[in-house]
Design a binder for this molecule. Structure first.
Ligand SMILES: NC(=O)c1ccc[n+]([C@@H]2O[C@H](COP(=O)([O-])OP(=O)(O)OC[C@H]3O[C@@H](n4cnc5c(N)ncnc54)[C@H](OP(=O)(O)O)[C@@H]3O)[C@@H](O)[C@H]2O)c1
Length: 281
């Protein structure tokens, strides 16, 4: 990043001069500056509707990756408490209303619960027209979003809870008329919190079931295992710690290693599963 800033400085200085002598420096600096701009959002303004967990994860990811600065992000929410917590954790700006937040932004992130989504868009009003609308709202289809926010270019994304630790596998579905620059904006934003995959909108629903709801099933299994430990006479804290610290991480590590092992011809058989369990203990 420092190299990028220095390059911009050289480029701006040399642009004002006859730079015959410094041509080589000039072009190197220009190249570096341009490559820096292609990595960041270069002054683009973002509005987040909703100040919950997903907004926090995406904003922290974008700031951590230096894609933009806090002053380029404005967030609005229904209640002040969530908004204030996010603003004080990240330094972004608080919008007085959804309409106010959206008015100066080029890109709008819809990150409210499904039941609140249409109301949030309605509150944002006419200022949405002509903007890129990226929705992480579960189950709200592109067609519905287009109707609720006429004139927007729509991208749907399905991150998962691992976005909070930069390890999301985010699937992205893009409306037919979305230009390459908008696609790149969405890709860079979600790349800052993990891996991205472009899918069709139908596949996005399957991804929602798998990686969106999947963690909840795993939590359920963990809870049941910890309950089992308690029934067998262990104190709850010990039982929970055993599940969290030891068993699940080791199993996940092992399962990932096996899944990545391309030469394994039958990775999903009962015998492999039994071997996985016995190896892990
Ligand atoms: N969390 C995940 O792991 C995850 C993964 C994939 C997709 N998603 C999707 O992401 C969306 C957000 O999820 P989340 O976990 O961040 O939910 P959340 O923590 O409950 O946050 C939702 C936020 O929206 C605000 N809100 C409600 N109505 C609003 C309105 N009319 N205008 C502006 N803000 C409004 C809420 O304010 P209050 O404080 O007043 O409630 C809250 O700040 C959901 O649609 C969810 O399906 C979440």
């Amino acid at each position: 990043m420092e190299i990028g800033n220095q390059a911009i400085h050289w480029w701006q200085t040399l642009s004002k001069q006859d730079c015959t002598a410094g041509a080589e420096v000039y072009w190197t600096a220009k190249l570096l500056a341009e490559s820096r701009e292609s990595l960041t959002f270069a002054g683009m303004k973002f509005a987040f509707l909703g100040a919950g967990k997903m907004a926090m994860a995406l904003i922290q990811g974008a700031l951590r990756a230096n894609l933009c600065s806090p002053s380029e992000i404005i967030v609005s929410s229904r209640s002040r408490s969530g908004l204030e917590a996010l603003v004080s954790a990240t330094g972004v700006c608080a919008g007085a209303s959804n309409a106010a937040a959206v008015s100066d932004a080029e890109t709008v992130l819809l990150s409210v619960k499904p039941a609140d989504a249409l109301k949030a868009l309605e509150e944002a009003g006419n200022s949405l027209a002509g903007k890129l609308l990226i929705s992480v709202v579960t189950g709200l289809h592109i067609l519905t979003l287009r109707k609720a926010a006429p004139g927007c270019r729509v991208v749907r994304a399905m991150p998962n809870t691992a976005a909070m630790v930069g390890r999301s596998a985010t699937a992205i579905a893009i409306d037919s008329d979305v230009p390459r620059t908008d696609i790149s904006t969405a890709e860079r934003l979600f790349s800052a919190v993990g891996e991205i995959f472009t899918v069709s909108e139908i596949q996005l629903d399957a991804v929602t079931g798998l990686s969106g709801s999947g963690p909840a099933f795993i939590y359920l299994v963990m809870e049941a295992l910890a309950d089992g430990g308690v029934s067998a006479g262990l104190p709850r804290k010990l039982s929970q710690t055993g599940v969290k610290r030891e068993m699940i991480p080791r199993l996940v590590e092992k399962a990932l290693a096996d899944a990545c092992h391309q030469s394994n011809p039958r990775p999903c058989t009962k015998a492999d599963f039994e071997r996985l369990i016995s190896d892990a203990f």
